[in-house]
Design a protein around this ligand. Structure first.
Ligand SMILES: [Cu+2]
Length: 75
């Protein structure tokens, strides 16, 4: 399983030019970096769980495949 992170600024209609990569640290802990929120404003970062076969599995232990974290970078 991997995590994909996609930062997006809905007010400006753009994302980040630098992709984020996940590292499995074990025991259910993942590190995502770099998550480049390069300008002040409202950001939505969508985390998507990707199973090894690239698709959602009805047999996995979780029902949630995506979650959106919002950040406001004060500039
Ligand atoms: Cu922007």
């Amino acid at each position: 399983m991997t995590l994909d992170a996609t930062p997006f600024m809905p007010d400006h209609g753009h994302g980040s030019p630098i992709p984020a990569f996940s590292t499995d640290e074990g025991s259910g802990t993942y590190t995502l970096e770099p998550v480049n929120l390069f300008m002040p404003g409202y950001w939505e970062t969508t985390l998507t769980i990707v199973n090894p076969n690239g698709t959602d599995s009805p047999d996995d232990d979780f029902d949630l495949d995506t979650v959106v974290f919002v950040f406001f970078i004060d500039g």
